[in-house]
Design a protein around this ligand. Structure first.
Ligand SMILES: [Fe+2]
Length: 256
């Protein structure tokens, strides 16, 4: 089950800092055979179903950023490909960072990424993000120009939230899109949120009978509470990523 949360869900620290976090360099030679093998198992397992259930944008994104099935990605290589397309960068961090810093990174087209590979004993359950969730789950979409613009604008607006209400609403918007979003493609509901992309159990729940899949409507999303410690009962389906970009533009206009 997907239990981790990004700093986006820690509203108390949200307005604390406008600085960027301390970035950590990926020391690629330090990944051992075990790390590459765990990556291979996770990649293989998820791709088996994602060919059918994953958004086309995600599937194309994997190719665009050059993710390999059998080795941990080298961020320098990923960023070279990503930079040419959208100017986004995946940057290493040591773990959780304050929400304000997380959003400030997004506003600068930097995606804070953990670097460790989860242990083999925790293939299916992991309380915190690892490089599989962060890079396999999140980064392929950053190669899509519309999603790339949405995420940057989201970060800018979230970093400027001033009230607790605004903070809570931005956490909900992040959760129901970036982490757990669904998209309709050629008449079928597909997954694009990283929590679904990187977790078999959450993906199966999201597409199954027990999940109430509602059309994405900004005010419904902003009013919808979520809990991180069990499968999601309610999720939202967009028709295109243009809707996400429009959503943040609407929030910006309302605040002006
Ligand atoms: Fe995530």
């Amino acid at each position: 089950m997907h239990q981790h949360e990004h700093a986006a869900a820690s509203p108390d620290t949200m307005t604390a800092s406008t600085a960027l976090p301390t970035f950590v360099e990926q020391r690629y030679a330090d990944y051992d055979a075990e790390a590459h093998d765990v990556w291979r198992i996770l990649f293989e397992r998820r791709m088996t179903t994602l060919h059918d259930t994953g958004s086309q944008v995600f599937l194309e994104g994997i190719q665009r950023i050059g993710l390999e099935p059998d080795r941990v990605p080298d961020l320098a290589d990923v960023n070279r490909r990503l930079g040419e397309r959208t100017g986004w960068n995946a940057v290493g961090v040591g773990g959780f960072i304050p929400a304000g810093q997380f959003f400030r990174c997004l506003a600068n087209r930097r995606f804070p990424t953990t670097l460790a590979v989860r242990p083999r004993a925790q293939l299916d359950y992991l309380p915190e993000p690892d490089i599989f969730h962060d890079v396999f789950g999140h980064v392929p979409l950053h190669s899509d120009p519309v999603f790339a613009d949405f995420l940057q604008q989201f970060g800018a607006i979230a970093a400027d939230a001033t009230t607790e209400d605004e903070t809570t609403q931005m956490a909900r918007l992040f959760w129901f899109t970036v982490e757990f979003g669904l998209i309709r493609e050629a008449g079928r509901v597909k997954i694009y949120g990283s929590g679904l992309i990187s977790s078999h159990g959450d993906a199966a729940n999201a597409l199954g009978d027990r999940c109430d899949r509602r059309p994405f409507a900004l005010d419904d999303v902003l009013a919808q509470p979520f809990e991180i410690d069990h499968f999601q009962d309610v999720l939202f389906v967009v028709d295109s990523f243009d809707q996400l970009f429009e959503a943040v533009e609407t929030i910006r206009r309302r605040r002006a």
